[in-house]
Design a protein around this ligand. Structure first.
Ligand code: NAD
Length: 551
């Protein structure tokens, strides 16, 4: 079976037997919409080789099966392949997904690659394999929260008059230039692939592209001096450009990276001679390719550490770059912190994280109506007010119209129930899909990212994402997923994803009120258990029952 251009159906008519099945089908298709996915022809959505389905045959079989799935059945998907339809009950999830999971002692890219080549697995990343990716917007607010927190902690509340150097303008990394700009700063964004630079220019995530490092530094310097926010793309390899900055004695104010370092074979490109085809090297001599990619990451990280020593604020942006450098022999690779302990953990203590929703109507007016409704629902949340006002005005939709905002425990359920009422009374023209990233408060164990440096040392305990997955199933989610290796690669993370559907029915109201309460509660519970006072206060104030803590 061959690929064609995929675009989700729009509107209030469905071909599936229930709205959850219809939503799962449309979201799978939306993940592969050319406006949304990075390489849709290969089923790759984002994040290196994060896929939506194992192969085209599996994709078509999933679509076909969702259309015939009854309202008391559940479809099982194993690493992107539909493997069974079971009779369950009407409040069960309609789809259960497991992606890229390996028994711990076998959890390496080498084993995974062998199984993938044999057609037995696929890499699901986070929202790629769980069908709730919404394009670069999906990470924009989180990226903004990170840079805004950095601004608050280190630069008096704004990045005005600062220069950030980063790399990677892919599906997620492409949000960096706009996020830095929103925080008032200037950024130089190094990217090896000119088509990615063009895509970010076309979608207004990037302002301009410099023809050389000299030009990038001149443009950045001018904007910094004038206190003007500006984002600059630069075609180049980060493993060469960052050491060159060190040689030139240029120290940015902030330095980070979002190349796909989590996947050294497929996600990070080592420097190459002008006449050399590194893709060919990867095919003919994968061992040499891997060694060169790791050496390049070592040089990249050494440059970041040197810039940090010279005064830059350095942080790892969740791609496992430090670990790859450590494997290549950089003993102090972890000299700079990850972004979660540096800037995000307090939000996780409140169950706050990236909450997202999608209008199945395909009508932007539905998203604008939800924006307005949330502004009225949370008038006291200043960050949310400024984000939603900005987003409504400035963000180009990709694929089905969608929105994201960070909401916490006892907030997401209110938003979900409100959307359901709006579908029921006709203020919205079709159902709304509600989900979240796996990068969330209580859904992931990832010691070099979300659970780095936990107060009680429980970074690697993955009982929590398993409990989160089971909680979502028990609480009436529309579909649930459990993945391995997202964000940081094989062996380094386990995480779960939740999606629910507001179709205006009473059953949906019941499901939403349970699953959108219990899911963010897991974030509060996990952090309260680890000893964070803020999480314990939230648990106490918002009525959680935690027997071991006497709360
Ligand atoms: P992607 O694969 O879509 O994009 C990666 C980009 O890096 C590509 O455009 C590629 O050309 C570029 N690149 C690779 N090697 C390079 C090099 N040596 N120099 C310059 N550019 C190079 O991936 P993505 O979805 O943008 O995610 C990027 C990374 O960030 C992943 O590791 C992902 O797991 C991680 N991530 C972080 C967060 C977060 O919030 N921090 C969230 C999601 C993903």
């Amino acid at each position: 079976m061959t690929s064609t251009i995929i675009r989700a159906p729009r509107g209030a008519q469905r071909t599936a037997k229930g709205w959850i099945q219809e939503a799962a089908k449309r979201m799978l298709m939306n993940n592969l919409d050319p406006e949304v996915a990075e390489h849709p022809q290969d089923l790759i959505v984002y994040g290196g080789r994060g896929k939506a389905a194992r192969d085209w045959q599996s994709f078509h079989k999933i679509v076909e099966t969702l259309d015939r799935l009854e309202n008391d059945q559940t479809l099982l998907v194993q690493s992107g392949k539909p493997v069974a339809v079971l009779n369950t009950h009407d409040l069960a999830p309609r789809v259960l997904i497991a992606n890229s999971n390996l028994v711990p002692n076998w959890s390496t890219w080498e084993v995974f690659d062998r199984l993938e080549k044999a057609g037995l697995m696929m890499y699901g990343q986070m929202t790629a394999g769980s069908w709730i990716y919404i394009g670069t917007q999906g990470i924009l607010q989180g990226t903004y929260e990170t840079f805004a927190s950095a601004a608050k902690k280190h630069f008096g509340g704004s990045l005005k008059g600062t220069i950030t150097v980063t790399a990677g303008l892919g599906g997620m990394g492409g949000a960096q230039p706009l996020a830095v700009k929103l925080a008032g700063g200037v950024s130089i964004n190094v990217e090896i692939d000119p088509t990615r630079i063009q895509k970010r220019l076309d979608t207004r995530y990037l302002d301009t592209v410099a023809g050389s490092l000299d030009e990038a530094l001149t443009l950045a310097g001018q904007a910094k001096n004038e206190g003007r926010a500006l984002s600059i793309g630069l075609l180049g390899n980060a493993a060469e450009v960052l050491p060159e900055l060190v040689r030139r004695g240029f120290t940015p104010d902030l330095v980070t990276d979002q190349t796909s370092a989590h996947d050294p074979m497929w996600g990070y490109l080592p420097p190459a001679r002008a006449d050399e085809d590194v893709a060919e090297l990867r095919r003919t001599n994968p061992d040499e390719y891997l060694a060169r990619a790791r050496d390049a990451m070592a040089a990249h990280v050494q440059a970041i550490i040197e810039l940090q020593k010279r005064g830059a604020i350095a942080f790892d942006y969740g791609n496992n770059l430090r670990e790859q450098a450590r494997l290549a022999g950089v003993t102090d690779a972890f000299a700079y912190p990850g972004f979660v302990p540096a800037f995000i953990r307090d939000s996780f203590c409140e169950g706050r994280g990236p909450f997202r929703w999608v209008a199945l109507s395909g009508d932007p007016a539905d998203i604008h109506a939800t924006d307005k409704a949330l502004l009225e629902l949370f008038p006291e949340d200043a960050r949310l007010q400024s984000w939603l006002t900005y987003a409504a005005d400035q963000i180009a939709f990709q694929g089905l119209p969608a929105r994201i905002c960070w909401l916490g425990y006892r907030e997401r359920d209110r938003a979900g129930r409100l959307f359901n009422e709006m579908v029921a009374d006709g203020r919205l023209s079709a159902p709304i899909v509600i989900g979240r990233d796996h990068l969330d408060a209580g859904s992931v164990a990832s010691p070099y990212r979300e659970t780095e440096a936990m107060l009680d040392g429980s970074d690697a305990v993955s009982d929590w994402p398993l409990l989160n997955f089971a909680t979502g199933v028990a609480s009436g989610a529309g579909w649930m997923s459990f993945h391995h290796g997202g964000g940081v690669g094989m062996g380094y993370s386990q995480h779960s994803g939740l999606v629910a559907v507001a179709d205006g029915s009473e059953q949906a109201a019941f499901r939403l009120s349970r699953c959108l309460t219990n899911d963010p509660a897991m974030g509060v519970i996990r952090h309260a258990d680890a000893g964070y006072d803020l999480a314990r206060d939230v648990a106490r104030d918002r009525g959680l029952d935690l027997p071991s803590l006497g709360v």
